[in-house]
Design a protein around this ligand. Structure first.
Ligand code: NAD
Ligand code: UGA
Length: 466
């Protein structure tokens, strides 16, 4: 079996950076070069101050510190890294299309195609090309078509190796993956390529956790895994609405059903709605694929997961408006958290953005505190929606770096991200600094209801009557 000496990863984002750092750390005999066209991102990966890495993940900076500039390199020299590599991971973004056919649903594969064409142009020696990005089923066919038509005699094997890490726990997920999935052709060279990639993961994972399949099962399994996970959240969120009007408690319901080993306890936390760059994008992609194959009922089934998620975000915002006597105009509302989940600086598709947008339509004044999200990011997220002018967003929204300051003279605090530090805040001081009645809307169910009520708050949380 061929041995791999040089790996190149195209795309130094939330997946490429952490995944390649772990591979380099666990495979000291392999040189790993992560390349990106975004020079600022690469500069941040190379920053001596490890707190400036472009991705915040617990445990990441320690791994980068151990391996960087030994066998882990971050570079903008894409062609050079492709040329030198035996194995090339493609880990670029695959956002939802914002134009043309499939707008709003299909995955935009232009970055993937550009990578394939770049490899085809540069490669002079045989390569194993690995799809790490999440892709519509059958994308590998397009990559093969591009690579196999260069006429320069280079042999390629295309593998699918989707990533299942979650942000905030990326390093732990990579080091202790439930499974690694490797799809490829069942030809002798395809099998050899699958075994070579398996060998890399087997540096730190037991052999039985590395699954090999055909290309299409691997590509499709990634979309299906995300759809199933998101479906659980939408299912419990739909029930949270019912709990609020029946005096059932969604946490008790989750616990009761999750004890059934056929259901299991994970991903049953009711929330203000799931966010993140992938759940919505991947389900929309699945819906689009089903539609293109004429599977209307299947498409509608999965589309409902998104509809419930939109409903949940809207419901949370509307509850704030109704509870604050049907008007939030000119009222200050403190947002605790902006990231789409705790322990990440990522805000893509965060529920906070949409809740803010609904409240801003009602002319609320929002003061945001998030321990890891910058002011520029908050404004960029709101501007991207294009609901109102950039000036208006800056007039109505302030970002502060002190949660106590955010709550001063506020009518309500809304908890949008489940950061642990929110549990440890001095809620009595917060209460004293707010307008009365002082409302707290807990979209993450992280606070103690009894203590909050005793402190004097009007405390509401998702999935429970007052
Ligand atoms: P990202 O946007 O953080 O990073 C992608 C990077 O690719 C960017 O830095 C971009 O500049 C770079 N890039 C784009 N085109 C390029 C090109 N032609 N040459 C060089 N660099 C290029 O994206 P991400 O969150 O890392 O996601 C990457 C893929 O992994 C997506 O398909 C996503 O669905 C999937 N995924 C993401 C996660 C996650 O937690 N974020 C988890 C599993 C899978
Ligand atoms: C998710 C999947 O968990 C990963 O396996 C997958 O690799 C990744 O998407 C991807 O393809 O990008 P991620 O989005 O990083 O990972 O984070 P999750 O922990 O799945 O959380 C997603 C959203 O669901 C967050 O907003 C979170 O707060 C919310 N959530 C999660 C709930 O509301 N309730 C839950 O019980 C769990």
């Amino acid at each position: 079996m061929r041995s791999i000496k040089n790996i190149c990863c195209i795309g130094a984002g939330y997946v490429g950076g952490p995944t390649m750092s772990v591979i380099a750390n666990k495979c000291p005999e392999i040189n790993v070069t992560v390349v990106d066209i975004n020079a600022n991102r690469i500069a941040a990966w190379n920053d001596e101050d490890l707190d400036k890495l472009p991705v915040y993940e617990p445990g990441l900076k320690e791994i980068v510190a151990e391996s960087r500039n030994k066998n882990l390199f971050f570079s903008t020299e894409v062609d050079k890294a492709i040329d030198e590599a035996d194995m090339i991971f493609i880990s670029v973004n695959t956002p939802t299309k914002t134009y043309g056919k499939g707008k709003g649903e299909a995955a935009d594969l232009k970055y993937i195609e550009l990578c394939a064409r770049n490899i085809a142009r540069v490669a002079k020696s045989d390569k194993i090309v690995v799809e790490k990005s999440t892709l519509p089923v059958r994308t590998a066919q397009a990559i093969k078509d591009i690579l196999h038509n260069t006429g320069n005699g280079v042999k390629y094997e295309v593998l699918s190796n989707p990533e299942f890490l979650a942000e905030g726990t990326a390093i732990d997920d990579l080091l202790n993956a439930d499974r690694v999935l490797i799809g490829g052709d069942d030809t002798p060279s395809g099998k050899e390529a699958k075994n070579i990639l398996s060998g890399i993961y087997e540096h730190w994972l037991p052999k039985e956790r590395v699954l090999q399949t055909n290309l299409w099962s691997s590509e499709l399994s990634k979309l299906v895994a995300n759809a199933f996970l998101a479906q659980r959240i939408s299912s419990i969120n739909s029930i949270s609405a019912l709990c609020e009007v029946t005096d059932a408690n969604v946490a008790e319901v989750s616990k009761a059903i999750g004890k059934d080993s056929r259901i299991g306890p994970k991903f049953l936390n009711a929330s203000v709605g799931f966010g993140g760059s992938c759940f919505q994008k991947d389900i929309l992609n699945l819906v689009y694929i089903c539609k293109t194959y004429g599977l209307t009922e299947v498409a509608e089934y999965w589309d409902q997961v998104i509809k419930i998620n939109d409903y949940q975000k809207r419901r949370f915002a509307e509850n704030i408006i109704t509870t604050l006597y049907n008007t939030v105009s000119g009222k200050k509302i403190a947002f605790y958290g902006w990231a789409f989940k705790k322990d990440t600086n990522d805000t893509r598709e965060s529920a906070a953005i949409y809740v803010a947008d609904t409240l801003l339509e009602e002319q609320a004044e929002i003061v945001v505190y998030d321990p890891k999200v910058s002011e520029e990011q908050v404004y960029a997220d709101l501007d991207y929606l294009n609901t109102r002018s950039e000036e208006e967003n800056r007039k109505l929204v302030t970002v502060v770096n002190d949660p106590l300051k955010a709550a001063e003279d506020a009518h309500a605090v809304a908890i949008l991200t489940e950061w642990d530090e929110f549990k440890a805040l001095d809620w009595e001081q917060i209460y004293n600094s707010m307008f009365k009645p002082a409302f707290v809307f807990d979209g993450r169910r992280i606070l103690d209801k009894q203590i909050m009520n005793q402190t004097g708050f009007d405390y509401y949380r998702i999935g429970e009557g007052k």
